[in-house]
Write a protein that binds this ligand. Structure first.
Ligand code: ADP
Length: 382
């Protein structure tokens, strides 16, 4: 964010005395040219921001229409996360300031405890932090669109290599080629398969970042059934048994949720142990949420990796066994986060894993949509 002209600060403060102190203190210690406009309620801040952009909002938490955290929550609910906000709290309890940070504020100041210098520093750092955040978001957007273009352009040549490799294989078999030649062509086929899967997963991953989620009441049991039947070849090949318990309705995006269930069931089969895969899909309800569980009797996961496996490109196995590129769970996490839910794993090495994710319960006659949120920043480290 390049700042041109005086820095515009909107102070949302209903006490005239505090507003006068704020302006005087800022004028004393904050040297860059700036302009402070004061409004005395949340509703007038919304009106002001709808017509004039500001570089920084300083929001008093005690206003006529709301108090404490409710003020920050209402502010971000109405305007989204697109403004840098420093909150002013009268409460000497640091807790409320810290909770404001968790809800999206970039800093907090406790009234009566800061002087001109601290105020000037908070404003300077706040503006700098916001500039860095915008730069990071821009870099992530560029990375995502680069991944999308690269994956999209690679798809067609990779597919062609695969096609020609299988033609070569047919010809080599027809003329009784040497075993070594067949083996080499087999390698080309299998590596091309792997490249195709990587390209498809990358495409999915980058496209999901721009997709909005359409929420409607969905029948989880039917979705789970569909996900399992999409995997029928894998189920048959590995001799897996899958039990789907009675599942309720949930508030979700049908297409995206099938993707999540399919990914979890496919992993439960792929990462099997010595016994044939046995998988159970069940649910429990708690505090207005549904928690769906996909439990397997597979190889299990070391507790050290419970969080890292949800990061992009993180795998706990070598590149060839079993097939995968390490994006499946990262995609699941993005989708679940976009529904306002969480995904996690409980597991014991050698005994099996249970992947669980929460979703809002179905509301009657509702359809709404929201933007898919970033669940975590992509990481490209192995
Ligand atoms: P991929 O399967 O392509 O490697 P995922 O993101 O789906 O990518 O999974 C990441 C890693 O988590 C896997 O490589 C595997 O090591 C581990 N994992 C996922 N699901 C299971 C499971 N049900 N049992 C054991 N390990 C699992």
């Amino acid at each position: 964010m390049e700042l041109s002209g005086p820095i515009r600060i909107l102070l949302v403060e209903d006490s005239r005395d505090h507003a006068v102190f704020f302006k005087a203190a800022l004028g004393k210690a904050f040297k860059p040219a700036h302009h402070v406009r004061v409004v005395d309620s949340l509703s007038s801040s919304f009106e002001e921001l709808s017509v004039t952009p500001y570089d920084l909002i300083v929001l008093d938490l005690g206003l006529p229409e709301s108090q404490g955290l409710e003020t920050v929550e209402t502010f971000f609910r109405v305007l989204g996360p697109s403004n840098p906000v420093i909150v002013l709290t009268a409460n000497t309890d640091e807790e409320i300031g810290e909770q404001s940070l968790r809800r999206g504020a970039i800093d907090f100041l406790t009234k009566g405890e800061f002087g001109a210098d601290q105020l000037a520093r908070a404003v300077r750092y706040g503006l700098e932090r916001w500039r860095q955040r915008l730069e990071l978001e821009e870099a992530q957007r560029n990375l995502k669109s680069f991944a999308h273009v690269a994956a999209h352009d690679l798809k067609s040549p990779v597919k062609s290599i695969g096609m020609y490799a299988s033609l070569l294989m047919q010809k080599a078999k027809a003329r009784d080629a040497e075993a070594e030649e067949l083996e080499f062509i087999g390698y080309i086929e299998s590596f091309t398969d792997q490249a195709e899967r990587l390209v498809d997963s990358l495409l999915n991953f980058s496209v999901l970042g721009d997709k909005s989620v359409t929420l409607a009441a969905v029948d989880l049991a039917a979705l789970a059934q569909q996900a399992v039947s999409n995997l029928s070849a894998l189920v048959e090949e590995k001799g897996a048994s899958i039990e789907i318990e009675a599942l309720p309705q949930a508030q979700a995006d049908e297409g995206l949720l099938i993707h999540v269930l399919q990914n979890l069931v496919a992993n439960a089969i792929k990462y099997h142990g010595d016994a044939p895969p046995s998988i159970r899909i069940s649910s429990a309800e708690a505090k207005g949420e549904i928690v769906i569980a996909v439990a397997d009797n597979g190889r299990g996961i070391d507790a050290r990796y419970f969080e890292r496996i949800f990061e992009p490109f993180k795998r706990l196995v070598g590149p060839t066994q079993p097939e995968g590129v390490g994006l499946g769970l990262a995609i699941c996490q993005r989708v679940v986060a976009a529904h306002g839910g969480k995904i996690w794993v409980e597991s014991e090495l050698g005994l099996g894993s249970t992947f669980k994710f929460s979703l809002p319960m179905a509301k009657e006659d509702t359809e709404s949509s929201c933007e898919l949120q970033e669940a975590s920043s992509p990481s490209l480290h192995p």
